[in-house]
Structures are given as structure tokens and as C-alpha cells.
Design a protein around this ligand. Structure first.
Ligand code: NAP
Length: 257
């Protein structure tokens, strides 16, 4: 048997666990979740929840659980765990792959303003509109908390810290996937005139971009943070499963050689 740790919290991580479960019975998949969400969507296979305790904690965990390979399938904006994995895996002698969905691309009719940080997004919003649909997540809310001039429709999965909420807001607790019609209805109901999003990529939350394009709304798109260099990367679940299969062969030859 080969043991693979999938650093998860994304649809891609769940899809990879399912693919390995269905097609690679010789692989034991353990998915790791940070524990940020109260009721996470769980993948098939084993699941562990909670931080490892930094680079050293992760390296120790890999050794203690005889992990043969790690796939970092965390969200594009989960920067620290990627850095930790890139340091811990070589230390533990375990190969690492990054599975990252592609970012979104602007299409004809889009009015995107790309910024590199949430703080830059918060600074830009008042020049683009007065009623913002804020979809950048609970952890990024604090950057907008000081903006008393803008109304924010804030959508998060779990309730945010009240201190992070701007003065004028409506809070919507929800989790994708979302539809174009549903996103359009929200935009219209709240008279939204600017959308704020991270460049998360993927199909589950892309409908807001379609709805904004249809209405000619400006969109503030926060670009992805950098990831560690030197980690091989694939963009789809099939390629990640193939990489795992190659590690399985490698682990098998090492144990018989
Ligand atoms: P982060 O800033 O990169 O990580 C902070 C710390 O949380 C890490 O140092 C690690 O703690 C722990 N951690 C993160 N991901 C983990 C995982 N999959 N398993 C075990 N521990 C993990 O991460 P984040 O941005 O807070 O995101 C947390 C999780 O939510 C990630 O798994 C990510 O895939 C998911 N997520 C994030 C976003 C987002 O926008 N950031 C959106 C959707 C889903 P230790 O140092 O103690 O090991």
C-alpha cells in the first residue's frame, strides 16, 4: 500500500480523493483539513482535521504516518500551508505535488480591475461604486472594515468576526456552487454596483463573474499570492492522480529493491 496525504479544503482535493478511492485501491488517501469551516464538505477516505504545528510538525507527521507522497491541493489563497509543505516534504524525504485550479480569465465585456492585495481592493472600491458585493471570504474582511462610505453585501460560509464587518452591510451565509441567475438576482436585489472577488478560479463560484459581465459592473479581482518555487504543479485532478500512480510505482520498487 501507498499512503498519500492530500492537503485539502477544496473541490479539487475532494475530487482527487474520490478518483484515487475509485481507481487506485492500492493507495490509502488521508485528506487533511485546517478546521476553519464549522461543517466542512468531507471527502471520501480518511480525514484528519487541524494544523500540524508548522514545518516541523508537518515533517514529523509525515514520518510518523509513513506517508509516501503529498499533494498540496489547498486553495490558491492558502499561502502558508503551501510554504510549510514545500519545506517539510524535502525534510521528510517525501515527494510533493501542487494541484492548483487555473485562475479566471477576463472575457469580452468584463470590466476587471486586478489588484495584488485585499488592502488594494479596499482602497479601490470607493472609486468604482457605492454598493459592493464582497465575496473575498471571512478571513479577508478586515481590510474593508474601515470603509464607512460603502454598503457591502458580505457573503461568507461561516459567520465572520463582528469586528471585521464594515459599518453598512448585509450578511449572507452561504456556500457555492452558485448559479448565474441566483447571482444576478442578488446583485439586482441589493442594487450592487461593484463586485469584489479573489481570483480563486474554478466553476463553483464563477457565476458571479457572468452576472457582473451581463450588467456591465466593475469587478475588483485580487490576484493570487505567490507559491513556493520548485514544486511541480498540475492543473487538473487526472494529472494529479497520474502523478500519485507514478509515486506508487516508485514506492513499490523501493520496497522490493
Ligand atoms: P493558510 O493561511 O495557508 O494556513 C494557515 C495554517 O492553517 C497553516 O500553517 C496550517 O497550520 C493550517 N492549515 C492550512 N491548511 C491546512 C490543511 N489543509 N490541513 C491542515 N492544516 C492546514 O490557510 P488558510 O488560508 O487559512 O486556509 C485554510 C484552509 O481553508 C486550507 O486548507 C484551504 O484549502 C481552505 N480554503 C482557504 C480559502 C482561502 O481563501 N484562504 C478558501 C477556501 C478554502 P499549521 O502550521 O499548524 O500546520
Amino acid at each position: 500500500m501507498t499512503t498519500v496525504l492530500v492537503l485539502g479544503g477544496t473541490g479539487e482535493a475532494r475530487a482527487l480523493a474520490a478518483a484515487l478511492h475509485d481507481d487506485a485501491p492500492e493507495v490509502t488517501v488521508i485528506t487533511s483539513l485546517a478546521g476553519r469551516v464549522a461543517r466542512p464538505r468531507l471527502p471520501v477516505g480518511e480525514v484528519r482535521i487541524g494544523g500540524f504545528g508548522g514545518v516541523a510538525g508537518l515533517a514529523d507527521w509525515l514520518a510518523a504516518h509513513a506517508v509516501d507522497a503529498v499533494v498540496d491541493a489547498t486553495h490558491p489563497f492558502a499561502q502558508r500551508i503551501g510554504v510549510n509543505a514545500a519545506a517539510a516534504c524535502p525534510r521528510a524525504g517525501v515527494p510533493l505535488l501542487r494541484l492548483a485550479r487555473p485562475g479566471w480569465s477576463a472575457r469580452a465585456g468584463d470590466r476587471w480591475h486586478r489588484v495584488s492585495t485585499l488592502a488594494a481592493a479596499a482602497a479601490l472600491v470607493p472609486s468604482l461604486g457605492t454598493r459592493a458585493f464582497l465575496t473575498s471570504g471571512r478571513q479577508g474582511l478586515a481590510a474593508f472594515a474601515h470603509d464607512d462610505a460603502t454598503f457591502f453585501l458580505v457573503r461568507t460560509v461561516d459567520p465572520p468576526d463582528p469586528a471585521d464587518l464594515p459599518a453598512h452591510h448585509a450578511l449572507l451565509l452561504d456556500r457555492g456552487p452558485y448559479t448565474r441567475a441566483g447571482e444576478g438576482a442578488l446583485i439586482d436585489e441589493h442594487a450592487i454596483d461593484v463586485l469584489v472577488t479573489k481570483d480563486s478560479g474554478g466553476a463553483l463560484t464563477a457565476a458571479k463573474l457572468d452576472a457582473a459581465r451581463e450588467r456591465g459592473l466593475p469587478v475588483v479581482v485580487v490576484e493570487r499570492p505567490s507559491r513556493p518555487v520548485g514544486v511541480p504543479e498540475v492543473a487538473d485532478v487526472g494529472a494529479a492522480a497520474a502523478w500519485v500512480a507514478a509515486q506508487t510505482t516508485r514506492a513499490g520498487s523501493a520496497s522490493t529493491g
